[in-house]
Design a protein around this ligand. Sequence first.
Ligand code: FAD
Length: 348
Amino acid sequence: MLIAGAGMAGLVCAARARELGLRPRLLEKGTRPGGSMLLSSCVVWRHLEWEDFRDECPAGDERLQRLVWERLDDALAWLVSLGVEPVWDDTENPRTTGKRFDPRALTALLARDVELETPLPANSAEPIVLATGGFAKRLADEHGLLLRANPWSDGAGLDLGLARGAAVTTGLDEFYGRAMPAPPARIVEEDFVPLSQLYGRWARVFAEGGTEITPASVSWSENDLAQALGRQPRGRAWYVLDDEGLVHAQERVDAARAAGGTVVDPAELPFETPPGSRAAVHVAAAVTHTIGGLRVDTRARVLAADGSPLDGLYAAGVDAGGVATGGYASGLSQALVLGLAAAEDLAR
Ligand SMILES: Cc1cc2nc3c(=O)[nH]c(=O)nc-3n(C[C@H](O)[C@H](O)[C@H](O)COP(=O)(O)OP(=O)(O)OC[C@H]3O[C@@H](n4cnc5c(N)ncnc54)[C@H](O)[C@@H]3O)c2cc1C
């Protein structure tokens, strides 16, 4: 069997497959293992309440959501049993539960016999688990957005699935993302977390031309706001803050300025801002991972349009669509649970 992609989904799939007596080949296009997981905060979580998951991701596939929600705790216990110590035993978020790991330690533990700089082959008679991390790069390039992910996930898994007759989910234009300081800010991978401008719910938001686009409400994850920015030309907008907003935002605004981002006095903008505005930050939407993707069942088997599984083809992680559609859920949980499901189905 082949596993394409040595990020969260591919690494756990390979570890579980070996445990079950299979001998997977783990192919990785990039120059290092770990995928976007290595760059992440590595909080592997689920909503505490099932109803909250459904409410937050209402357009998702309920069967897949149920799988992730019900299986995550056991999956985390399995991960810990391999010998990785969580750095947090819970998420520190009252809405969610899960564990946080050190992504370097997790990658070092799981990355065995990874064939680096070896992309998924176009043709193979062997069963394949697609774990290439979705198509964040393609989506970002198409819309002129920033990429806040590994540089290699450009849709190879999706393309192979489509070539074999796979069906896709809705939400192919949806992404999980963040507002980041707009260029000329210099953002290297290590800055993806600390430079996130995660205070948009306390800002007034203006399009570059000056039209106010502040949403009526912004979710706790601000993923809805990141996607609203993504609908602006090149994903650019201004976050305008008053004194109260700065209480929540000051540290990240300073980080944006230090990285070379544009932070100005609102009076310098070519449009009116509300009285009491103190700072304006030029932000840009950045894509972390795609939300739509290949349709799979709860065994991670890729499905055709008629709902039947395609022979020997699996998708795990964010190559599979339909878990977080319409909202935001943990990509790492999806990767962990579907990676295990694929290995277990192959070992049946
Ligand atoms: C800054 C940041 C913070 C994040 N924080 C969190 C968090 O706290 N909690 C959370 O749940 N999620 C978080 N995420 C998202 C999370 O990292 C992803 O959802 C998760 O890594 C998806 O797992 P995956 O295995 O599908 O993809 P990845 O982990 O990205 O792995 C995909 C792998 O496939 C490889 N690949 C691509 N194309 C090919 C090909 N053609 N052939 C072979 N290999 C290929 C890639 O190089 C990569 O190694 C964060 C992401 C980032 C960038």
